[in-house]
Design a protein around this ligand. Structure first.
Ligand code: 13P
Ligand code: SF4
Length: 300
């Protein structure tokens, strides 16, 4: 019998998370995939995550349950245009967010996740390096604002987080009669991040919730994909945890790509059927592994 390991991102539905050996954010899942003693890794997440797992554990068969599970940060980035952009900054270090294709990673010097982006970029600036950042414009703008960096930015956004809206947030805050807090993922727009009490990765936000010890009747607004609210409410059923509002007329801030991981698709993948990540060239895999390993080494 093949050894099958199933990984699920926090943004998948609760029933998918219950089918997984490991649930986590993108950094935790990358590390777990790298170290997994598995013949088959089923990645209930999105394609760039499954590609990262394949790059880090090339002997395993990595299966994405649904071929359509992409990410807007990937689809909004044309790799040949990115290559020209990168070449126009020959004396800069190119830092790329993990939400990028394998080809994109192969053009990068460092990969970061939302968990270690702050520390890695601070480390590069401390060494006197000049940095360009791709593909997430919102995350880059926040880093520039927060630390006074001057990084040129690529311009792609997460179509889910980009919907969070300052005006809608102001209204929700005004209507709230108790204490209120906002925690946000750095893929959200800058005006929203500027109002946040905490900005961090999916796991960072979950840990913030777990250790919350302020007013017991406070409302905590969460600006990220709605899947994680399940884990937050499970961890702290005593708290009032609410989705942060998005712009008027728009109802949904669920990631459509994460939600393609249905029970049937994951079961099929566990039986060895689905989209196998078998199309990456050896040279792209090798070139992409270097900046990912640089990050993993830095983060351990
Ligand atoms: P994390 O790195 O927090 O898991 O985020 C991944 C992601 O796709 C956020 O939209
Ligand atoms: Fe990509 Fe946004 Fe979905 Fe995360 S939530 S996978 S960044 S589209």
């Amino acid at each position: 019998m093949p050894r099958v390991v199933t990984l699920a991102h926090y943004y998948t539905q609760p029933e998918i998370q219950q089918m997984a050996d490991k649930v986590g954010d993108s950094l935790e899942l990358s590390l777990f995939a790298r170290d997994a003693d598995a013949d088959i890794i089923v990645f209930a997440g999105v394609r760039f995550m499954a590609e990262t797992a394949k790059i880090l554990n090339p002997n395993a068969t990595v299966i994405l349950p649904d071929a359509g599970s992409t990410c807007s940060l990937v689809t909004q980035t044309d790799v040949s245009a990115l290559k020209a952009w990168r070449e126009s900054y020959p004396d800069h270090v190119h830092v790329s967010y993990i939400n990028s294709s394998a080809e994109h990673k192969a053009l990068s010097d460092w990969i970061v996740t939302s968990r270690n982006v702050d520390d890695i970029i601070a480390h590069l600036y401390a060494e006197g390096k000049k940095v360009i950042f791709s593909p997430d414009r919102n995350m880059g703008a926040y880093l520039n604002f927060q630390h006074g960096y001057d990084m040129p930015l690529w311009s792609a956004v997460c179509e889910v987080h980009d919907k969070f809206n300052q005006a809608a947030l102001d209204e929700a805050f005004a209507a709230c009669t108790t204490a209120k807090y906002l925690i946000a993922h750095p893929e959200s727009p800058l005006p929203v991040l500027q109002q946040a009490d905490y900005v961090g990765s999916t796991s960072g936000m979950l840990n913030w919730i777990k250790s919350f010890d302020q007013e017991p009747d406070a409302v905590i607004f969460v600006a990220t994909e709605d899947g994680i609210l399940y884990n937050m409410r499970l961890a702290r059923p005593d708290l009032k945890i609410e989705q942060a509002p998005i712009y008027a007329g728009c109802q949904c801030n669920s990631c459509p790509y994460m939600k393609m991981n249905t029970i049937e698709a994951v079961k099929r993948a566990q039986a060895g059927q689905g989209t196998e990540i078998d199309y990456l060239t050896a040279s792209d895999m090798e070139a992409a592994r270097l900046p990912i390993e640089r990050m993993l080494e830095f983060s351990q």
